[in-house]
Design a binder for this molecule. Structure first.
Ligand code: UD1
Length: 421
């Protein structure tokens, strides 16, 4: 087991290049199953979730090689349509393979997916959507299996714009003769990225970034090359890191429009911001101001994945801020960990009330989930003294070499293996 030793209290200063978006890479890798030939995918970060996705592809018979941030996937020799518990349990997004296998093999049998404990995270919309495409779906308590002759559905209406269900429906419709229309589709930039990759390979998908996505069936997809978009959540986390430490940072290699939903929060908290083609520069004020109310929403609303890092940031702001979580029902599980640093946060149902304290103090804490883990790390870098953070494997799911980037920006974060103790 590894943990972080953090010496907090110094301002973060410097510039950071933002790596490719985890939530794009994972569905795009699953989508590579649909391509006849090679997919060359650039800007793929080294994250544990990416490595697990690669393992699934290899289990299914694909060959995958990495050269720096480029993954080359060849799915010519895919043989199987099942994914066992050991691979499915590692992350929630493995459910995307259901739609990808359905498209590629006409059948699939995958174990129930795992993932962060931030809510119930049912998959009913994935399954009812696939049923609307005339797949026979069965569940034996462990495995979800798909079979039958699928056909384009005139319209599939999602009750909520679920990111994963939208992706599964797109993937499973790519080869269906006729036109499938997804109504109330998720509008996240990562969905547009998936559609751009598929369209580059020959798919006919229109309407990404809007609530209506139309997929016209094609016969086959051909080899292609694609560069993954930057990770907007990682970029926002670095902006929070500069803000909470009273520092300044330039985040480079970002897409400004994808950051629009979070930028106003930094402005309201008193940070100075400059946005231009090269990235976002943020300079923190002497003390952050409260932000009256933030509510997480599907894109283009404030992202639920930024809720925890922003909560940590507001823990030291002047005044009381309120954060409402509308997407996941259990996304404040990290809050007791922030309290260990002296944060004054109360949670009732899906609302957190953050009474800003002047200073956080060093503490020992654990990561409860990926973004909650990032929030705990932010508290530790703001707190004067030495903190220890355990269960950092959660952070490794979504942030590449985070400790190296923070240390390069003047904040001392050391990864320690237990046996070094
Ligand atoms: C994706 C992102 C995750 C982000 C989330 C919301 C990836 C790999 N992960 O997760 O980082 O936090 O979008 O932006 O892209 N729901 C149902 N039934 C379903 C599907 C979803 O009730 O069949 C619920 C979920 O429990 C949750 C809400 O809908 O409360 C949103 O989930 P969804 O948009 O599907 O999130 P993910 O795709 O799992």
């Amino acid at each position: 087991m590894e943990y972080y030793q953090v010496v907090g209290g110094s301002p973060l200063r410097g510039s950071v290049n933002i790596h490719g978006a985890k939530n794009s890479v994972l569905p795009i890798l699953a989508a590579s199953l649909l391509v006849q030939g090679e997919s060359v995918i650039h800007n793929c970060p080294c994250l544990s979730d990416v490595e697990y996705t690669v393992k699934i592809l290899q289990y299914l018979g694909a060959s995958v090689s990495r050269d720096g941030a480029t993954l080359t996937v060849n799915t010519a020799t895919i043989g199987r349509a099942d994914i066992p518990e050991s691979l499915m349990k590692e992350m929630r997004s493995s459910i995307i393979f259901l739609g990808a296998l359905a498209a590629r093999q006409g059948r699939a049998c995958v174990y129930l997916p795992g993932g962060c404990e931030i809510g119930l995270r049912p998959i009913d919309m994935h399954l009812s959507g696939l049923q609307a495409l005339h797949y026979a779906v069965s569940f034996d308590g462990s495995n979800i299996c798909l079979s039958g002759e699928a056909a384009a559905a005139d319209k599939v209406v999602l009750p909520f714009p679920s990111v994963g269900a939208t992706e599964n429906l797109i993937l499973s419709s790519v080869f269906l003769p006729g036109k499938t229309t997804i109504i109330n589709a998720a509008r996240e930039p990562e969905i547009e990225d998936l559609c751009n990759y598929l369209n580059r390979a020959g798919a006919k998908i229109r309407g990404a970034l809007t609530p209506v996505i139309e997929i016209e069936g094609v016969q086959a997809l051909h080899a292609t090359e694609h560069t993954v978009i930057p990770d907007r959540i990682v970029a926002a986390t670095f902006l929070c890191a500069a803000a909470i430490t009273g520092g300044e940072v330039t985040v480079r290699r970002v897409c400004l429009s994808h950051l629009a939903p979070v930028i106003s929060v930094f402005q309201q908290s008193g940070c100075q911001l400059q946005l231009d083609k090269t990235g976002v520069y943020l300079k923190a004020p002497k003390r952050l101001r409260r932000v009256k109310h933030i509510e997480t929403m599907a894109y283009p609303g404030f992202p639920t994945d930024c809720q925890a890092p922003v909560c940590a940031m507001l823990a030291t702001a002047h005044g009381t801020s309120v954060l409402s979580e509308t997407v996941f029902e259990n996304r404040f599980i990290y809050v007791p960990q922030l309290r260990r640093f002296g944060a004054d946060i109360t949670v009732k149902d899906r609302v957190a009330v953050i009474s800003g304290v002047r200073r956080l103090h060093a503490a020992d804490a654990v990561c409860t989930d990926l973004r909650g883990g990032a929030a705990v790390l932010l508290a530790a870098i703001a707190a004067e003294g030495e903190s220890v953070i355990k269960n950092i494997h959660h952070i490794d799911r979504g942030y590449e070499a985070l400790e190296a980037q923070l240390t390069a920006a003047g904040v001392t974060v050391k990864r320690i293996k237990d046996e070094e103790v």
